[in-house]
Write a protein of this length. Structure first.
Length: 124
């Protein structure tokens, strides 16, 4: 397989496969026992707020995936533009988050960006 085709396949399917597992892992890391680190309460609070925003974004992503499955969604719709900007904002807010949760939140934002930027309209 040509390397560029493999790269395109990874980009297209990344928009469908990254958001749910990365959100699940971020939630697990946030709520696991012993996750509270003393002295950085503002970071813990910010991580919780970003996790809540990611939950709302996951609902929006599910709506877009449902419409995409019915061939009723386009790259040029205002909601798709909103999804791309939302993923950039979530990535920026995830940067000061706590440890491993940051990694999974950034993967979630990348998955959203891949879906709204690359996956829409690529699958029949």
């Amino acid at each position: 397989m040509d390397p560029l085709i493999a790269f395109l396949v990874a980009l297209v399917f990344g928009g469908y496969l990254l958001p749910i597992p990365s959100f699940g892992m971020a939630t697990y890391r946030y709520f696991r026992p012993g996750a509270i680190v003393p002295g950085v309460m503002w970071r813990r609070t910010l991580t919780g707020v970003v996790l809540l925003a990611c939950a709302a974004a996951l609902v929006f992503w599910s709506y877009a995936v449902f419409r995409q499955a019915h061939n009723d969604y386009s790259y040029v719709l205002p909601s798709a533009r909103f999804g791309r900007w939302l993923s950039v904002v979530l990535a920026a807010l995830s940067l000061p988050a706590e440890g491993k949760v940051r990694t999974y939140l950034l993967l979630f934002a990348i998955g959203l960006f891949l879906f709204f930027g690359c996956s829409i309209g690529e699958l029949p």
